[in-house]
Ligand binder design. Structure first.
Ligand code: ATP
Ligand code: MG
Ligand code: MG
Ligand code: MG
Length: 473
């Protein structure tokens, strides 16, 4: 089955179960300042779960474009390292707005996986929230899953939330055992490690609460269902390939990169990381620009810029000296344009934006990389392992190196960053730009500085909290 057929089978199955097929919404959430990007299928239905909006249906199914590269769900630095994470991916989901609940969700998911996709039942496991006896009993009594393959886990794994506020609830996940040869070590196990042996494919969320700004949970008007299954993961399992990148949804993008680089994928694990990062990031870049995000120095635009710059740096590992992202992006459009026609409409615009941004950064990248390499050589010669914060800050400030790009290079050489030193430089610079405005302008400050004035000195806490941080960079 091709990835396209797998997507179609999902939507057709749920249509046969009286779900309305709903198109993917934009990667930029509509009227939702709490969220950087659409990170799950339920985002476009948030108001339905909250009972703030009614539509003419109580069951829906979708294949949703998602980006997880900032905010609560951030997989940027996992890409290429695990077999299963992307910044951009498609989430297949079925939803019940006060219609069926736990039993319906579990029964349909099981039927689709085992009877239609024909996954081997003996390799499937389920997790449930630690005190959710109802879900555990459904898996055992109705589905006949042996008790030893039903695992109870805590909040981190089995209580799902879109963000810090909004709809949430306990969940039950379906996991496939990829075999002992994929184990990470003697301690490998569900809830104990994060390797790819026990691959999470589908999350069934029992939407029951709304979390407010103070963290209080109030029950939703009606218990509901929100599920999410990564199309690329399911496709990897069905196609029997080792990673999502080897499926027909992504492998052709890597093939285009191979042609352009004149290097083969699958020869050297370090280079394979670069191939995977580039394929993933090109998908993200292409879809983000199509949905109206442009590279900039703040908010969503900065996340796009970081992704793009990260891809350019990985391109250097494959020997690219000239811009290469635009032609790889065109391959993404060729591959996905049939299912997402908006890509075809944006084709030449994407090409232009990517090309300009890449060219602009290429000039400073090589210069900055030279400075970084020289410093790392000195560091190693002195027998030290930690890059001083002032050097990282100079690369960030003068050469436009996002912090994750710097840490990528350090990690490749088993080195570390003095993050608190970096943070200090960052706050000092903020303070001095504040001061210079105070001294320089007797009258009113420009609006952006009025905002800055009222802010506390900011500590760079890494990209998990990027949304707030990026507003003031
Ligand atoms: P993981 O534990 O593997 O990081 P998750 O628990 O964060 O996954 P959920 O938030 O439950 O994922 O999302 C629902 C489904 O979406 C997952 O079961 C998985 O199939 C898919 N998914 C989640 N994150 C990614 C990603 N970064 N890339 C590809 N698919 C993903
Ligand atoms: Mg995750
Ligand atoms: Mg998980
Ligand atoms: Mg999950």
């Amino acid at each position: 089955m091709t990835g396209k057929e797998i997507r179609e089978k999902f939507l057709a199955y749920f249509e046969s179960k009286r779900h309305v097929r709903v198109a993917s919404s934009s990667l930029v959430p509509a009227h939702d300042p709490t969220l950087l990007f659409t990170n799950a299928g339920m985002v476009q239905f948030k108001r339905l779960f909250l009972g703030e909006e009614q539509r003419g249906y109580s069951r829906a199914a979708s294949a949703q474009k998602c980006v997880r590269a900032g905010g609560k769900h951030n997989d940027l630095e996992n890409v290429g390292k695990t077999a299963r994470h992307h910044t951009f991916f498609e989430m297949l989901g079925n939803f019940s707005f006060g219609d069926y609940f736990k039993a319906g969700a579990i029964e349909m998911a099981w039927e689709l996986l085992t009877e239609h996709y024909k996954l081997p039942t003996e390799r499937l496991w389920a997790t449930v929230y630690h005190d959710d006896d109802e879900a555990a009993d459904l898996w055992h009594d109705v589905i006949h899953l042996p008790r030893e393959r039903i695992v109870r886990l805590g909040e981190k794994d089995n209580f799902w939330a879109m963000g810090d506020t909004g709809p949430c609830g306990p969940c039950s996940e379906i996991i496939i055992d990829q075999g002992e040869e994929r184990a990470c070590g003697p301690d490998c196990g569900i809830g104990r490690c994060d390797c790819d042996r026990y691959l999470e494919i589908w999350n069934l969320v029992f939407m029951q609460f709304n979390r407010d700004e103070q963290g209080n949970l109030t029950p939703l008007p009606k218990p509901s269902i929100d599920t999410g299954m990564g199309l690329e993961r399911l496709t990897a399992v069905i196609q029997g390939v080792p990673t999502n990148f080897d499926t027909d949804l992504i492998r052709p993008v890597i093939a285009r990169t191979e042609e352009l680089a004149g290097i083969a994928y699958g020869q050297d694990p370090a280079l394979d990381v670069a191939f995977k990062v580039i394929a993933d990031h090109c998908r993200a870049i292409t879809f983000l620009i199509t949905d109206g995000v442009l590279p900039s120095n703040e908010g969503r635009g900065y996340v796009l810029r970081r992704i793009l710059r990260r891809a350019v740096r990985f391109g250097r590992l494959l020997g690219f000296k000239q811009p290469f992202l635009a032609p790889v992006g065109q391959k993404v459009i060729e591959l996905m344009g049939g299912d997402y026609p908006e890509l075809l409409d944006a084709r030449s615009f994407i090409d232009q934006v990517v090309h300009n941004e890449e060219e602009r950064f290429a000039e400073t990248l090589d210069h900055g990389l030279k400075i970084l390499t020289d410093n790392l050589e000195d560091l190693k010669a002195r027998g030290e392992r930690r890059l001083p914060g002032d050097i990282a800050f100079k690369l960030y400030d003068t050469y436009g190196f996002p912090l994750d790009l710097i840490t990528d290079v350090l990690q490749e050489q088993q080195l570390e960053l003095d993050l608190s030193g970096f943070n200090e430089h960052m706050s000092r610079q903020r303070e001095s730009s504040r001061q210079s405005w105070k001294g320089g302008l007797p009258g009113e400050l420009p609006p952006v500085y009025q905002v800055l004035q009222d802010l506390e000195a900011t500590v760079f806490v890494g990209y998990d909290q990027f949304e707030a941080e990026s507003q003031i960079l």
